[in-house]
Design a protein around this ligand. Structure first.
Ligand code: SF4
Ligand code: SF4
Length: 359
């Protein structure tokens, strides 16, 4: 597939064109934080910055209305109440522009949960079908990036419809999917010269070399499960965690939610909102019992889910795209790479030796 090129000034016109009949989410400055916001013509999109929040909110918003309800009371008989329920299915066409390859790949983790043979979440599926991803390849790697250790990389196009590689004066563009190629037709792209394609290749090679050697997670599921009952290990790993939940709220692959009803008078709506497994309340049962009562139990669950349980269910696929957001944004610098590696480095005590020690 031949590559195309678009200059910086024509990029703005392309975003304007895309936003004519679609919602367009782009990274924007929001009080000093780069995060996805609806594109407004005339306001600068920060395509060269990695957004703090994940592009998943294009298809899995932080808060969404699932349905609206209304009570109809019979004035002649106040005991007779009818409830009208109206499902709110999202139908808005959208494009998320400016996520990174790791974030787009994170979408594939969510697909296996919300859009699979055994489960089709109608809200997620509707958004997914109506939303396209225009991803920007990485021109440098941060110390927290480890996408290459989980099967991805700075120009990974999985999960994207269009991949843009920044070069001098603009972007080299690849239409990854048919729908992505249709998006390119709406902009003033030109055929990319060999020199620009070479430059794009050099940008990606440089970023890859900054990532260093990839870590091998192949025995992580087994090693984490071996440590499952070792609460000394988990207490040690979770000692500095303050259960703030930032790691899960910013993660492109976390997909837990809570549902609440908000009512005003005789009408209301049902909301779905992101939730965090790092909070005590997440598993608190009505009886008062909590199966994950300490932060050690909760960190064990988060690590186990991403690096052991999910891979077991999904052909070895690790439920982490290596974006490093949780590491960068954790207020106490808890590094999940270090937790998994500690489990990998931990030598299981052979049962025989344990028995001798006990004797
Ligand atoms: S961001 Fe850090 S401190 Fe906050 S819950 Fe996650 S691991 Fe704990
Ligand atoms: S667990 Fe951390 S590094 Fe992995 S996808 Fe989530 S935020 Fe990114």
């Amino acid at each position: 597939m031949s590559r195309q090129f678009i200059s910086h000034d024509k990029m703005t016109a392309w975003l304007d064109a895309l936003s004519r009949d679609r919602a367009v989410l782009v990274p924007m400055d929001d009080c000093g934080t780069v995060t996805f916001r609806p594109y407004v013509p005339g306001r600068k999109a920060l395509l060269d910055k990695m957004p703090v929040r994940a592009p998943k909110e294009g298809v899995f918003p932080q808060t969404e209305t699932l349905l609206r309800f209304k009570y109809d009371k019979d004035p002649e008989n106040l005991d007779r109440v009818k409830v009208q329920v109206r499902e709110v299915l999202p139908t808005q066409k959208a494009v998320v522009v400016g996520g990174r390859p790791c974030g787009a790949r994170g979408q594939l983790i969510l697909d296996r949960v919300y859009n699979c043979d055994t489960m089709r979440d109608p809200y997620y599926v509707s958004r997914r079908e109506n939303t396209l991803y225009v991803t920007v390849a990485c021109t440098s790697a941060e110390s927290t990036c480890f996408c290459h250790s989980v099967g991805s990389g700075p120009d990974d196009s999985e999960g994207s419809d269009v991949l843009l590689v920044p070069v001098e004066g603009g972007y080299v563009a690849e239409g990854v999917t048919e729908r992505g190629r249709e998006l390119l037709a709406e902009g003033d792209f030109e055929s990319a010269s060999q020199a620009r394609m070479d430059e794009a290749g050099a940008v990606i090679s440089r970023t890859r070399s900054q990532l260093g050697e990839a870590h091998d997670y192949s025995d992580a599921p087994r090693k984490l499960l071996e440590r499952f009952d070792d609460m000394d290990f988990w207490n040690e790993q979770a000692a500095i965690c303050i259960s703030c939940g930032a790691c899960t709220y910013l993660c492109p692959t976390c997909y837990c939610f809570n549902m609440t009803d908000e009512q005003s008078g005789l009408q209301g709506k049902r909301l779905r909102t992101w939730d965090t497994c790092m909070s005590f309340e997440f598993t608190l049962e009505g009886s008062g019992h909590n199966p994950r009562p300490t932060k050690a139990h909760r960190l064990r669950n988060r690590m186990g889910h991403k690096f052991a349980y999910y891979p077991e269910l999904h052909e070895g696929l690790i439920a982490c795209c290596g974006c490093g957001r949780c590491i960068k944004s954790c207020p106490v610098s808890l590094d999940i790479r270090a937790v998994v590696q500690a489990a990998q480095n931990h030598n299981a005590v052979p049962e025989e030796a344990e028995e001798k020690a006990d004797a």
